[in-house]
Design a protein around this ligand. Structure first.
Ligand SMILES: Nc1ncnc2c1ncn2[C@@H]1O[C@H](COP(=O)(O)OP(=O)(O)OP(=O)(O)O)[C@@H](O)[C@H]1O
Length: 319
């Protein structure tokens, strides 16, 4: 029987031509998969379309758009076991990069056609909001708020970097209390980030480097420089940890892992969840182990290191 999927497509995402993108996706997928195509609008986001598709019992869901659309769709299907295909067409493509997924239309469609799925963790924020990538308190939220559509169109990924640099001039330190299932940490910080998965470009999440997205735990990074120069040095260092995969060893950066995290701050700080400002602290996040099933590229088999079969008189005795 032919496979089927609801394709949720944001025609306004990214900087490419949406008609051409949609035509290419259809050309690649439709020979194998019956697609029900649903377009997002400013009033109808990916989450609403996905929830409705889930209630109709769809076989699989494919989301195509920028990080906003991908996170909204993924969030809506957390806990459903419905496999999700990701076709990134946004500015930063953090979602695909964080989950090690391909980020061209061709390779993304190939991955979906391959049919291989993997279960990854998700998170639930304040008891109701799904989280796939990360929640940022403080600096990151301020940066996201400053990066508007016009800047993204003009500068692409660089827009976030420019906002980050501008934001360094208004660096605000705050008192944070972070409570996990086994400890309470208090610290004066400029950013607290809780990540389920994070691309290397989300530098404020990179304290531990190599964030594991299927270990049933969330990674918390505390960034606590004393001034602007320290913040620049800490940011550069975190970029290095992301690129080399070696955890941070700076004194003004801390990290830990936990299943449940409550963050309170004084004064209250803005919170950004998967790229959207959702309000102010306090914030409670819980890991949902195995909450999301995604189509993934074929995993490279590890190289064969032993072969003892086929030799006519060989005997192997296990010790
Ligand atoms: N048909 C549409 N016309 C105009 N805007 C739309 C439409 N559908 C969705 N949107 C808007 O698109 C935004 C989400 O965009 P999305 O994150 O998918 O792409 P992006 O902003 O280009 O990507 P990125 O976040 O990676 O920069 C939402 O603000 C939503 O209101």
């Amino acid at each position: 029987m032919k496979r089927s999927a609801c394709l949720i497509f944001n025609p306004a995402a990214g900087q490419s031509n949406p008609e051409q993108d949609l035509a290419l996706i259809r050309q690649l997928l439709e020979p194998t998969i019956d697609l029900e195509i649903r377009l997002t609008t400013p009033e109808l986001d990916g989450a609403e379309i996905a929830l409705e598709a889930v209630s109709r019992g769809v076989e699989s869901i494919i989301a195509s758009g920028g990080d906003g659309t991908l996170s909204a769709v993924a969030g809506a299907i957390v806990g459903t076991n419905i496999p999700l295909g990701i076709v990134s067409r946004g500015t930063a493509n953090a979602f695909a990069n964080a989950l090690d997924l391909p980020n061209t239309i061709e390779t993304a469609c190939e991955t979906i056609l391959g049919g291989l799925t993997r279960v990854v963790d998700a998170g639930i924020c304040n008891g109701k909001l799904p989280m796939v990538l990360l929640a940022g308190v403080g600096f990151e939220a301020e940066t996201v708020e400053m990066t508007d559509r016009e800047m993204k169109n003009r500068w692409g990924m660089l827009a976030y970097v420019l906002s980050g640099i501008k934001q360094l001039n208004n660096l605000e330190r705050f008192e944070a209390e972070i409570e996990t299932e086994d400890k309470i940490v208090t610290v004066t910080a400029v950013a607290v980030t809780v990540a389920n998965a994070a691309p290397p470009t989300s530098i404020l999440a990179q304290g531990p480097a190599g964030i594991i997205f299927d270990d049933g735990l969330l990674d918390i990074t505390l960034v606590a420089p004393e001034n602007k120069a320290g913040a620049i040095a800490a940011s550069y260092h975190l970029l290095q940890t992301a690129l080399t995969g070696n955890a941070s060893d700076r004194d003004d950066i801390g990290y830990m892992r936990a299943k449940k995290i409550k963050i309170s701050t004084d004064p209250p700080q803005k919170v950004v969840l998967d790229g959207e400002i959702i309000g102010m602290t306090p914030l409670f996040i819980e890991c949902v182990p195995g909450g999301l099933t995604v189509f993934v590229p074929r995993v490279e088999e590890p190289p064969v290191t032993e072969k003892l079969t086929g030799l006519s008189d060989i005997k192997v005795v296990l010790k």
